[in-house]
Design a protein around this ligand. Structure first.
Ligand code: N01
Length: 538
């Protein structure tokens, strides 16, 4: 049954952390809001990515909403880094508590969004055949939403179970007694491998590029730690806002260049042992110049390489697991539970898919370019996403004068502050390209963006105008600033999905703002308090 056209103040696309908070905030500000969600449940990333071992890599006390003291006091995390089912339960609890579901339309995949300049409104259609109208459109579509298609032939020939980690069956997959292939060793593969290995008869991990990974130090939540956080939540959240990634992670205040090699080694070791917030991205804050000074970065990279050599018993496997051609932080640093140890199991084999790439699937397994064949019962694809821009470009978005988003971004994903697009009036992005997004605490960054967007819409309404459009110059300047800021670090020297390097033909630009979350917040606050002077109101 097709819905008739309906008019809203705001349409929000996506019902993950971002879309849900946007709904709550905008509705509380008095606007009529409709959330359109492609999935048949809420939760976004945490709805889709149900693979074994999935969990967050920022401590749950921090990877959670801060806007409601009641919610943060009421909810109890059971582990330092909550597993995916618990994060999804939390999201559902928040949705129920705030009575969000009544304004969320599930199974509604947005196909197109077109700005109707004459009537100053967005016309949004869904693949299911609905048409909705709204004065404003907020894209809460996530940074890692669209899975990559593998460059592997004959996917349909395989007669066993073929699964994508980001489209995991709700009923789970039984690996017991099965011969399993896991393709991909990014954050996802590194989380999944140890869990699959525990039950599979044999696991082959196909690795093209090794990653740097640190032990998460995940553990059951210590009641004292939980209590301490709850008693100090407001202050801690405030303190986190003053950091480079919206997270309290014991960031070092010194430059690594000023420290002796022994002092550096001691600091790295302490963080490796501590896990928690000192691990993962937190490790990259050991010294202030970890991503700027080559010698400090070399030392940190070498520290992890030595840890791999000390952990993995077979020297050939250890060597293959060791990243050699790029420095730590150049690609997403991973956190794990027993990843390197997994390769000491007799039922786990690492395969070098760089030297001998996977060519095709066969009826009974897969075949590499060399002609080597492997029999499998189950093949798991953990091969990543078309990050940052994929979900936005998947929709047919048309702004003023017929301007297509695909055209606007053909030479890189230009945005103003990762929040707005020139030529696409009344449209806002949450954690869009050009914002700190994936290199910050995503939930906190979401809250900042939603608060900013709500205030901006309020400004338009208060001014008696009905369209707001950011200037081309402001957008171009911000795009240049994002790329110049990244160029001042070592990070863009590596091929990574931050640059779009994993998607053939994607323009290569650094898509994350690296100036630091605290500085970024100052910039967006100033853009608002300065009266949105980079925007034209009509
Ligand atoms: O994806 P990835 P991901 N044959 O792109 C390989 C977030 N995240 O889903 O590097 C063989 O990192 C590919 O090889 P290469 C986090 O931000 C967070 O793991 O292209 N291999 C790579 O090894 C993360 O960065 C959490 O040479 C093939 C892998 O697949 C982001 O999501 C958990 C191949 C893809 O790695 C993406 O992580 C999970 C082929 N044909 C994810 N094609 C946490 O919060 C691709 N690969 C902890």
């Amino acid at each position: 049954m097709k819905q008739a056209e309906r008019d809203f103040d705001v349409i929000v696309v996506g019902a993950g952390f971002a879309g849900l908070y946007a709904l709550h905030r905008l509705r509380s500000a008095g606007y009529s809001v409709r959330v359109l969600e492609a999935g048949d449940g809420i939760g976004g990333t945490w709805f889709w990515n149900r693979y074994p071992g999935a969990r967050c890599d920022i401590e749950s006390m921090q990877y959670s909403y801060s806007f409601s003291e009641e919610i943060q006091q009421e909810w109890n995390w059971s582990q330092l880094f909550a597993p995916q089912p618990e994060i999804l339960s939390y999201i559902n609890y928040v949705a129920d508590k705030l009575d969000l579901r009544k304004d969320i339309q599930l199974n509604a995949r947005v196909a197109s969004a077109t700005f109707d300049s004459e009537n100053a409104r967005w016309i949004v259609t869904t693949a299911q055949g609905d048409t909705l109208l709204a004065s404003f459109c907020v894209m809460a579509t996530g940074c890692l939403t669209v899975p990559l298609e593998p460059n592997i032939e004959d996917l349909d020939k395989f007669e066993g179970g073929l699964y994508r980690t980001s489209r995991w069956p709700h009923e789970g997959v039984d690996f017991a007694g099965k011969r399993v292939a896991l393709i991909g060793t990014g954050s996802t593969g590194i989380q999944a491998a140890p869990v699959i290995a525990e039950v599979a008869e044999h696991l082959h991990v196909f690795q093209r590029t090794p990653n740097y990974s640190l032990p998460a130090g995940n553990r059951p939540m210590d009641p004292g730690y939980l209590k301490d956080w709850k008693e100090n939540y407001v202050d801690r959240r405030r303190a986190a806002l003053a950091t480079r990634n919206n997270t309290l992670n014991n960031a070092g205040k010194r430059s690594g260049r000023d420290a002796s090699p022994e002092e550096r080694e001691r600091e790295f070791e302490a963080r490796w042992q501590a896990g928690g917030s000192s691990s993962g991205i937190g490790f990259m804050y050991t010294f202030t110049d970890m991503t700027r000074d080559q010698s400090v970065n070399d030392h940190a990279s070498d520290f992890i390489r030595r840890k791999i050599a000390a952990t993995v018993e077979d020297p050939v496997t250890a060597d293959l697991l060791t990243p050699k051609h790029y420095g730590i932080g150049g690609r997403r640093i991973c956190v794990d539970t027993n990843y390197y140890e997994t390769f000491n199991r007799s039922n786990v084999t690492l395969v070098d898919a760089r030297r001998d790439p996977i060519k095709r699937l066969t009826r009974t397994g897969l075949e590499n370019v060399s002609g080597t064949t492997y029999p499998f019962d189950v093949i798991v694809l953990a091969i990543g996403f078309d990050g940052m821009t994929g979900a936005l470009l998947q929709m047919d978005i048309t702004g003023q004068a017929g301007l297509k988003l695909s055209e606007h971004w053909k030479n890189g994903p230009r945005t103003y502050l990762g929040l707005a697009l020139s030529g696409f009036p009344n449209m806002f992005l949450i954690n869009g390209p050009g914002s700190p997004s994936v290199l910050s605490n995503m939930v906190t960054s979401i809250e900042q963006h939603v608060d900013w967007i709500t205030a901006c819409i309020g400004h338009v309404k208060a001014s008696g105008k009905n369209t707001i459009n950011v200037s081309k110059t402001a957008e171009a300047d911000w795009f240049d600033h994002v790329n110049e800021t990244a160029a001042g670090t070592l990070i863009p020297n590596s091929d990574s999905w931050y640059l779009g390097a994993n998607v053939p033909g994607k323009p290569r630009f650094f898509m994350v703002y690296l100036g630091g979350a605290a500085k970024y917040k100052e910039i967006i606050d100033k853009a608002a308090s300065g009266g949105y002077e980079e925007f034209n109101l009509r």
